[in-house]
Design a protein around this ligand. Sequence first.
Ligand SMILES: [Zn+2]
Length: 109
Amino acid sequence: MSRPIICEQCHKVIEEKEDLVTASIFFRVKPYHYFCYGKDVRGARSVFFTNHPLNGISGNLSYLLTLLMTVALFLFTKSFIKYIALVYLITETGLRIYAYCTYSRHLKM
Ligand SMILES: [Zn+2]
């Protein structure tokens, strides 16, 4: 067992991968219990601080949509906005790789 993953909300150890939600807030990746994420991060704070889960079904689905939108923009437009979409996609990819290397891969299934 490597270093423990501590939940940002309740400060307890996260034991299993299924219980882990990694969220990016201002380009900083934070680990949460699934329950704590629902309680804290998605509440009133999310109105003012954009955050979204990086893993799990909703995180993977939003990443897939971002990927498809970026590919569609590159195929069908000549506008500069495709480069903004590309920068966003690269940022999202980097955050996911960071979240996996830092948190997810240390937990058992
Ligand atoms: Zn927690």
